[in-house]
Design a protein around this ligand. Structure first.
Ligand code: HEC
Length: 463
């Protein structure tokens, strides 16, 4: 994965940069690593900056952190770190790791003063981060190993594996663990009743006709297009609806496990259900053997409330006459997603998803009494960060409430990471194509049939 190389390069640069700076111990400085800096790093940085996590360097010890003192100052002053993109004007979020002005000041002064350790006895106890599984699963499903080739375009695939649940089970958290994070772009786990029309344990691949530039206009999503089919191992095509089901779990780098316990909720997995893993692999220059595992914790008793993960997209997304982002356009407005809630719910989570040209996304609710509220505004979307936003206070969504999500795309040369500003861009599954996928998570009565919860004008992949 290219990002790995970028990480390494950044790491090297920082080491060189720090070494050249010769920080010296400041006399009598009141800001010390042990007393002032460590608590901030624990609270706001170590979720990613620790051994085995997604950031390229660990901030768990003084020795590891000190070389980065000046880089830390630069990254927090520019607000590049910690990554957080929600406009503070709208909504409050439980997983907001942004620093306060006072914390930025503390870390910056520490760097300016020569990054002193201070008295190690002042330091808080190290956090014991869980190793391996984050959720301590009661039940683990291991998918058969898949070989990911060294190069080429890999379309999305669908891998059906038996869930192993022999009776109806309320699942209280789900964690998806790829064995090779670099080669796995994402995994979405769906649950569906067992059926014998889809072969288990083999990947069914989407089939598309791509031109020399890799585009496939009009073949955005299989369900909406004849040109794009899903092929079984023996070459016969399988109906897309045979591999769709409600979304239960999702893996993208940096997104934590789906833990419904925080909401006193769970999801029901029926006896003998199958799991469908929608897999998007990416090449990293050498072949990789990937074994994806899905872990579950099980609720002791049936909960009063269930969690529902929903992803919908605008009705016209697969129509290349409508969803066409013109070459060079710096601010193309997407057709909005519009949805209506058919039952009372509480909205607890949102995750905007677009690709490299995604610019901004706004979620708005219009309540039955006509009141309108912006619940999330991400003014500068960054494809490198697939952040979910956990709302601090669940948002009450009465039956009849409308959700509208608007987004803009930037297909100009000025957009960082734009793969090619000279081509028109259509909806599609590859990173050089585009998506307009607002995800959201809601809690409803556990007796509700979730298929009827939200009506939109079109559905892809989700509940
Ligand atoms: C959600 C995960 C996450 C959190 C939280 C986070 N970082 Fe990072 N950080 C990363 C990743 C990944 C990189 C490397 C890729 C990049 O720079 O985009 C990085 C890079 C950096 C760099 C390298 C310089 C640079 O500009 O790229 C610094 C310095 C840094 N982080 C400091 C911090 C500090 C200080 C905090 C806490 C106040 C923090 N980070 C919180 C994930 C995180």
């Amino acid at each position: 994965m290219q990002r790995r190389t970028v990480f390494l390069a950044i790491g090297l640069l920082l080491v060189l940069f720090a070494a050249e700076g010769h920080p010296t111990e400041a006399q009598g400085s009141s800001v010390s690593f042990a007393k002032d800096v460590m608590p901030i790093l624990q609270k706001n940085c170590q979720a990613c900056h620790r051994a085995g996590e997604i950031a390229p360097m660990s901030f768990e010890t003084y020795e590891n952190t000190r070389p980065y003192a000046r880089a830390i100052k630069a990254a927090i002053q520019s607000r590049k770190m910690p990554p957080w993109f929600a406009d503070p004007q709208h909504g409050r979020f439980a997983n907001d790791r942004s620093l306060t002005a006072a914390e930025i000041e503390t870390l910056s002064r520490w760097a300016d003063d020569g990054a002193p350790l201070g008295d190690p006895r002042d330091a808080p106890a190290p956090i014991r981060w869980p190793e391996g599984w984050q959720i301590a699963p009661d039940h683990v499903v291991t998918a058969p190993a898949q070989t990911i080739p060294a190069e080429g375009t890999i379309e999305w695939g669908y891998l059906l594996v038996p869930s192993g649940f022999t009776k109806d089970t309320w699942v209280s958290s789900i964690e998806v663990r790829p064995s090779s994070r670099a080669a796995v772009h994402h995994v979405v786990v769906m649950v569906r009743p067992h059926s014998s029309d889809v072969p288990a344990n083999v990947v069914l691949w989407e089939q598309k006709q791509r031109d020399a530039k890799g585009t496939a206009p009009g073949q955005a999503f299989s369900s909406a297009s004849r040109a794009s089919r899903i092929l079984g191992a023996s070459g016969e095509s399988v109906n897309r609806s045979a591999v769709d089901g409600p979304v239960a779990g999702v893996y993208v780098p940096g997104v934590p496990p789906q833990d419904y316990r925080t909401h006193g909720a769970a999801i029901l997995v029926r006896a003998n259900s199958d799991l469908v893993l929608q897999v998007h692999y990416q090449t990293i220059g050498k072949p990789v053997s990937e074994v994806t595992r899905v872990g579950f914790t099980i609720a002791k008793e049936a909960p009063a409330r269930q969690f529902v993960t929903i992803v919908r997209q605008p009705a016209s997304i697969s129509d290349p006459k409508i969803f066409r982002i013109p070459a060079g356009d710096p601010n193309w407005p997407s057709p909005p997603l519009e949805a209506v809630f058919n039952a009372d719910a509480e909205l607890v989570w949102m995750m905007p998803h677009m690709h490299a040209r995604g610019k901004d996304m706004t979620y708005r609710l219009t309540y039955p009494d006509g009141r309108t509220e912006t619940i999330l505004h991400v003014p500068r979307y960054d494809f490198n960060w697939q952040l979910g936003y956990d709302v601090a206070e669940p948002i009450k969504v009465p039956k009849g409430t409308r959700l509208r999500v608007d987004a803009h795309f930037d297909n100009s040369a000025a957009k960082r990471g734009n793969p090619d500003p000279t081509v028109d861009v259509y909806a599609g599954t590859q990173t050089w194509e585009e998506m307009m996928n607002p995800w959201f998570g809601v809690i409803v009565d556990s007796r509700l049939d979730v298929r009827t919860l939200v009506t939109t004008t079109a559905v892809q992949g989700g509940a």
